[in-house]
Design a protein around this ligand. Structure first.
Ligand SMILES: NC(=O)c1ccc[n+]([C@@H]2O[C@H](COP(=O)([O-])OP(=O)(O)OC[C@H]3O[C@@H](n4cnc5c(N)ncnc54)[C@H](OP(=O)(O)O)[C@@H]3O)[C@@H](O)[C@H]2O)c1
Length: 215
């Protein structure tokens, strides 16, 4: 697995695409308007390409979904189910609603007994969605430095082989991994984004990550 599609022209797409290139992968970043990724492509070197969402989805042996939460379902539609079928899809999205936070607490457009990833999985049952990277700020996604302590990335998804791929990538990217099981666990992992953002939105403190202590 060497060819990675990163769907997203935002900061998460950039950080993860750069992380994959740093670790020796080939990357195509996808956008509705690939031309806006031209500067990134020039700077990222010969293993970087750009394309539309469907072009990138077809290219990737593994696909990373890093688009605005409210647009995730339409981005998946734009890729087309056939391009995603049978592939591991790392889902970094969060279902953040287009509403201002209340005392630092973001609003989600999903309810407590559902998740965005379950909606996406229903759209493309043949794809293997794995939640990852959703519960930390982009500054810490790739090889985070917490003075020797590896933070914990919480993942979930229904396909064991896909989760093995993602665990391998997360270890390469410097993470301790906690597999929370099947896709319904996304109902618990996605809201960690709300918790992670509170210190930032209330007090401009953004330099933290979660760690699960085990005994
Ligand atoms: N920012 C963080 O530190 C962080 C941390 C963890 C998780 N996340 C999650 O990661 C995801 C990406 O975040 P981000 O901050 O990098 O960027 P973002 O601004 O949330 O998303 C940008 C991407 O969304 C796509 N998009 C927007 N509207 C669209 C539409 N109507 N149809 C199709 N695609 C559309 C854009 O496509 P075009 O390229 O075509 O414009 C672009 O690729 C979000 O779900 C966010 O919650 C963010």
């Amino acid at each position: 697995m060497k060819k990675i599609a990163v769907l997203g022209s935002g900061i998460v797409g950039q950080v993860l695409a750069d992380g994959f290139i740093k670790h020796g992968f080939e990357v195509m970043r996808g956008s509705r308007e690939p031309v806006k990724l031209a500067d990134w492509k020039r700077g990222a070197g010969p293993r970087a390409q750009t394309g539309t969402f469907p072009e990138a989805a077809r290219y990737g042996e593994l696909v990373v979904l890093a688009v605005k939460g409210t647009a995730a379902e339409s981005a998946v539609d734009l890729c087309g189910a056939a391009a995603l079928a049978g592939k591991t899809i790392i889902d970094a999205t969060n279902p953040i609603a287009d509403k201002p936070p209340v005392n630092g607490v973001l609003s989600f457009f999903t309810g407590p007994n559902e998740s965005l990833m379950e909606r996406l999985q229903k759209k493309v049952p043949a794809a293997c969605f794995v939640k990852a990277f959703s519960c930390v700020g982009n500054a810490f996604m790739v090889n985070p430095d917490f003075s020797g302590t590896k933070p914990t990335m919480f993942i979930c998804g229904n396909d064991a082989n896909a989760k093995r791929d993602v665990v391998e990538i997360l270890h390469l990217f410097g993470w301790d991994v906690e597999d929370m099981g099947s896709i319904e666990a996304a109902r618990a992992i996605e809201p960690l984004c709300m918790l992670w953002c509170i210190p930032g939105l209330r007090e401009n403190r953004w330099f933290h990550a979660f760690k699960l202590l085990r005994k």
